[in-house]
Design a protein around this ligand. Structure first.
Ligand code: AMP
Length: 510
């Protein structure tokens, strides 16, 4: 029997809300998590954002709240969702409102960087669902403006990130303040020892649901690598954004990661000098600045956003076509989180890493600790001259593009072989054919340059040892192909990597 939201046992009001959202097929984590949560079981979900995990915990919780029908407690809440960042808290609260639209539940969110007084007032009468960052929640508790004794359902979302952000003490304290009689839903993308300890503290005999093994890169993300000197990264970025050096994929919304806040500001400033509008999002930005940057990015008014890890964690922006790792993260798992910002909700994505000489150790760590598989791209032919300001910005000749530079083979693994591009992939998500060829449209970032810019050619064919023989997915349809890429009948669109994580074809990535 096909799994649908109905067969998972959700109520009519929730099903109606899903209908309004246009969701038809549960994602793998939703299919696995909803039935046990409806039964009242504790849950341990190992999943990244982008898997549909918010709905996986929110939908059945809404039904449980409706069923128990307890009164909204004074200065407390019935369901508490803890999230690491303001952005994620905002998104979860919005989802709760959307999914609970027909259920008549009160939803509030409280985050740092906003007026505590306003939060105190709005929570005075209590709420059904509260989404909070741990720091602000404890502030209100310390001020005796809020209590946790009404909590029936507790959700910890992105627990590993909360730990990274130093919320361990806050989480320990909160665990002592919530009633023993409650349901706990615990989510983390990774399961280091500290998280396992926290699970032991919070959960009772939880059902474990894992949609992708920890540190597994999303299967629909093609990953590329430029070896480039640190001092030349800005020029390379500008050439890519202006369409003067082609990269695979159609540039739509580009999320650029730097390691530091300073670095993010510097990149944005230099992009502005080069005539490319971009915003930065990081911890030093005020809440309104962050919200504005995200809104402009979502509306694609400014399709380039430069972010640091913390700020970008958990951000759900539909349609990020490219993640550019301007600087490699020093924690391999962070790489997985970063590139997970693309290829969300069933879409495909491209991740491009800029690796400088002194970042080779990070690259090695990423290779060793994740299943990342890079295809190396060539720098523009005349790159040095352009960087030094003496040469034209002529695009690289076609044979140079997408040239496969073999990485050092990993012992006994895929490392020394290449994937088979241009082959259609197996069914599952969007098994419908895509008519568009990557890169065959003008560059929205810099329209002037993009119009005359060369179109990315299909990547050279290569064979993935585990995926050989998969049926062709794209069929190399010319689709929007209007440009001079000249890749028709060639490689077509690169094949995507897929993992087996959770199955559930046709749904957003699990
Ligand atoms: P999340 O992992 O909760 O951040 O969700 C990732 C994205 O998938 C969000 O944009 C959701 O709105 C979307 N989404 C969640 N569940 C579904 C579904 N069953 N069908 C389509 N989109 C979904």
């Amino acid at each position: 029997m096909t799994t649908t939201f109905e067969t998972l046992g959700l109520s009519q009001p929730v099903l109606q809300a899903l209908d309004m959202k246009g969701y038809t097929v549960p994602t793998p984590i939703q299919a696995q998590a909803i039935p046990p949560v409806l039964e009242g079981r504790d849950l341990l979900g190992i999943a990244q954002t982008g898997t549909g995990k918010t709905a996986a915990f929110m939908l059945p919780s809404i039904d449980r709240l409706r069923e128990s029908d307890n009164q909204v407690p004074f200065k407390s809440c019935r369901m508490l969702v803890l999230a690491p960042t303001r952005e994620l808290a905002g998104q979860i609260a919005q989802s709760a409102k959307d999914y609970g639209a027909m259920a008549g539940l009160k939803v509030h969110s409280i985050v740092g960087g906003t007026s505590v007084g306003k939060d105190r007032n709005k929570l005075h009468r209590g709420t059904d669902i509260l989404v909070a960052t741990p720091g602000r929640l404890l502030d209100l508790i310390d001020q005796k403006a809020f209590r946790l004794d009404g909590v029936e359902i507790l959700v910890l979302d992105e627990a590993d990130q909360m730990l990274d952000l130093g919320f361990i003490h806050a989480l320990r304290k909160i665990s002592e303040l919530v009633p023993d009689e409650r349901q706990t839903l615990f989510f983390s993308a990774t399961m280091p020892k500290a998280i396992q300890d926290l699970v032991g503290k919070y959960c009772r005999n939880p059902i474990k649901v894992s949609v992708t093994p920890a540190a597994t890169t999303a299967e629909r993300i093609d990953q590329y690598l430029f070896m480039v000197q640190q001092a030349e990264k800005q020029s390379l970025l500008e050439m890519i954004l202006k369409g003067r050096h082609e990269v695979p994929g159609k540039l739509e919304r580009i999320l650029v990661f730097t390691r530091t806040k300073h670095g993010a500001d510097r990149v944005v400033k230099k992009l502005a000098q080069a005539g490319i509008a971009a915003n930065a999002i990081h911890g030093n930005k005020s809440q309104p600045q962050r919200e504005r940057a995200l809104a402009e990015f979502k509306r694609a008014k400014t399709p380039v956003l430069v972010a640091t890890d913390v700020a970008a964690r958990g951000i759900d922006i539909p349609g990020v076509s490219h993640v550019i790792n301007y600087e490699l993260p020093n924690v391999p798992e962070q790489y997985v989180h970063r590139i997970g910002r693309t290829a969300r909700a069933g879409k495909d994505g491209v991740a491009i890493a800029f690796c400088a000489e002194d970042e080779r150790a990070y690259l090695k760590d990423i290779n060793r600790n994740t299943d990342a598989e890079f295809e190396r791209l060539s720098l523009p032919e005349n790159f040095r001259a352009v960087v030094e300001g003496v040469g034209p910005t002529k695009p690289a000749p076609k044979q140079q593009r997408g040239q496969r530079v073999q990485p050092k083979p990993k012992a006994g693994t895929r490392g020394g072989q290449s994937r088979s591009h241009g082959k259609p992939r197996q069914g599952g998500h969007g098994s419908g054919q895509r008519s568009e060829q990557r890169g065959a449209v003008p560059n929205p970032v810099h329209a002037g340059a993009g119009d005359n810019a060369p179109r990315p050619a299909g990547k050279p064919k290569r064979k993935h040892p585990n995926r050989a023989g998969r049926p062709n997915r794209s069929g190399g349809s010319p689709g929007a192909g209007q440009g001079g890429g000249g890749n028709h009948g060639g490689g077509g669109r690169p094949q995507r990597r897929r993992s087996s994580g959770g199955g559930g074809g046709g749904s957003p990535r699990g």
